[in-house]
Design a protein around this ligand. Structure first.
Ligand code: CDP
Length: 236
């Protein structure tokens, strides 16, 4: 049974597992998965490497013109490249996490990323995760999910992820970074993080991945009344 070519938006707070859920939905229903946060992380790495952001987050206005020459794209599915260079590992570092929210608050950066996201998803049948997908990037998405979880649970997940990658995270720093990003993301002027009115809320503080996927699948199938009908009437 095939789900039609729709757009699915998965938004929410940092480290709520948006990308994990979005990836699984994409696999399950054969959608293209796009991670919008990776794009903001890519722009941040670029600004850092070009010396266009200071340690205390002052952004050089020259970044706007520099973005015109920046080639960020996904290859091998969901791996982010800057030109020829695979930057997947670097964009997930604490250094990039520490400066990504100020960068993502800049209107011309958001315009750059939005334009690229629309190009990448031109063929349709997309599940995209981020902060403003259901409100700004794809306000007409047919399915919108808004994810949240308690900050300590989220920090523990991010801590485990970083430790698993061989980084040396400090729990309090990870928690502080999440809370700072949540604050900046929710309070910025351009496309702040907020739940779209028609988004379904998923709080996964006490939930495992299997249940989350079942929840999302129910939502998607239910929306299109695609629940499997029984093959034959039951014998009694
Ligand atoms: O993985 P995590 O949820 O921690 O963050 P991410 O999705 O990789 O996004 C990193 C940062 O990019 C966020 O904290 C936001 O500041 C910004 N972002 C945004 O402003 N809008 C989006 N659609 C996606 C990310």
């Amino acid at each position: 049974m095939k789900i039609p070519d729709i757009t699915i938006a998965v938004d929410g707070f940092s480290s709520t597992g948006k990308s994990t859920l979005a990836r699984l939905i994409a696999q399950r229903f054969d959608f293209l998965y796009l991670d919008s946060g990776a794009m903001y992380r890519g722009v941040t790495l670029f600004a850092q490497e070009q010396g266009l952001i200071s340690p205390d987050n002052v952004i050089d206005p020259a970044l706007e013109a520099a973005l015109e020459g920046l080639d960020l794209h996904f290859a091998q599915g969901t791996v982010l490249y800057m030109g020829e260079r695979n930057i997947e590992k670097q964009i997930r570092s604490m250094e990039v996490s520490a400066q990504v929210s100020p960068i993502a608050a800049v209107p011309y950066v958001r315009r750059y990323v939005d334009r690229r996201l629309h190009e990448f998803s031109a063929a349709g049948r997309v599940v995209m995760d981020g902060r403003d997908i259901g409100t700004t990037v794809f306000p007409n998405a047919e399915i919108k999910v808004f994810m949240t979880a308690r900050p300590e649970v989220r920090a523990q997940r991010r801590f485990d992820e970083l430790a698993g990658k061989g980084e040396n995270p400090v729990f309090e720093e990870v928690l502080k970074n999440l809370e700072e990003r949540d604050y900046i993301d929710s309070h910025r002027e351009t496309s702040p993080l907020r739940r779209a009115e028609d988004a379904f809320v998923l709080d996964n503080s006490e939930m495992g991945l299997t249940d989350e996927v079942a929840w999302a699948e129910g939502l998607i199938r239910g929306k299109f009344l695609l629940l499997d009908a029984p093959d034959a009437p039951a014998n009694d």
